[in-house]
Design a protein around this ligand. Structure first.
Ligand SMILES: [Zn+2]
Length: 317
């Protein structure tokens, strides 16, 4: 039997031998994009696949209700720059008999950092036509513009679309533009374009059953129909938090911090506290669309606020 010291020595010798190159074969071009593609884990009998749509820089100036000096201090503590590199995640739920995609990413609408969902679905072995249902957490471009291809046709030809009633009503009526900051008024046109090819196969919901094992929880504020999904298989659960959190660096410590594109900041803060409380009290694992990819972990109460522990290598919940 090989002892520990010998194992280490042998290992080092092998490693040293393999790192001495005989010749330099070629200069490789810089690959530029990273390899965060998909990540799988089980919740009961269901298989969840976290899919990266990429990342985008979110400027600190978009945060509200948090002292900027405190914000900068929290970022410095966590070695994060401004703009804060922020994941955009999509989640696939395979119940064994159906495939549901929760959100659809941004496609090409928000710059080259995003729009990687289709490539990463392919990497995960999933074809767009295999998706039975797409449930949106809300109708914002980083979540819904990936519903369509560059030619404007449905990117998911066979999927039923499930959208919060209040979001469909709000974003499909440009008369509501006065209720949000002017910078974000293009969201209305984008919503109309992205949802149009699904018009004959759209189901609007408030709360309750979406499909077997997937239940909608109304979590309004960020948008009027912002929805969180509870995934249940046997005794196991997962909460898909949508945009309950935009800024993992600040909003667990300061759940009262909001963002400029919340339609109703008071209600958004109340929903965030309620969802964080639920996840912490019942020890339900969560995923979030803007938690660092793959975006899975646990929320705990900490002092008068919360903390988040990522669990990227836990494969069974
Ligand atoms: Zn978002």
């Amino acid at each position: 039997m090989i002892d520990r010291r010998r194992f280490i020595q042998t290992g080092f010798a092998a490693a040293a031998a393999s790192t001495v190159p005989a010749t330099a074969h070629a200069r490789a071009p810089m690959a530029q994009r990273n390899g965060s593609t998909f990540h799988r884990f089980k919740v009961g009998d269901f298989e969840i696949t976290a899919l990266s749509d990429g990342a985008i820089g979110v400027p600190v100036a978009l945060t509200t209700r948090l002292d900027p000096a405190r914000h900068r201090a929290l970022l410095a503590d966590q070695m994060k720059p401004d703009p804060v590199p922020t994941s955009v995640n999509v989640f696939l739920v395979n119940t064994g008999s159906q495939l549901a995609l929760i959100d659809a990413g941004a496609a090409a609408s928000m710059g080259p950092g995003l729009g990687q969902l289709q490539a990463n679905l392919a990497a995960a072995g999933i074809k767009p036509e295999d998706i039975d249902l797409i449930a949106l957490t809300h109708v914002h471009p980083d979540h819904s513009n990936g519903l369509i291809r560059a030619d404007g046709k449905a990117a998911f030809p066979n999927a039923e679309l499930v959208v919060g009633q209040a979001d469909a009503a709000f974003w499909l009526n440009e008369a509501n533009a006065g209720q949000i900051a002017k910078d974000f008024s293009p969201f209305f046109g984008m919503a109309k374009t992205a949802l149009a090819p699904y018009a004959t196969r759209t189901r609007t919901i408030a709360a309750g059953d979406v499909m077997t094992g997937v239940t909608a929880i109304a979590a309004p504020g960020h948008t009027p129909g912002h929805t969180v999904f509870r995934i249940s298989s046997g005794q196991k659960q997962l909460l898909i938090l949508g945009d309950t959190v935009h800024s993992p660096a600040t909003q667990f410590i300061h759940p009262e911090a909001a963002v400029a594109f919340d339609v109703d900041q008071d209600t958004a803060v109340a929903s965030r506290r309620r969802l964080f409380d639920l996840a912490a009290a019942d020890r339900i694992p969560v995923v979030g669309m803007h938690l660092d990819f793959p975006g899975v972990g646990y929320i705990q109460r900490k002092d008068s606020a919360f903390s988040f522990t990522a669990t990227p290598w836990q494969e069974t919940f």
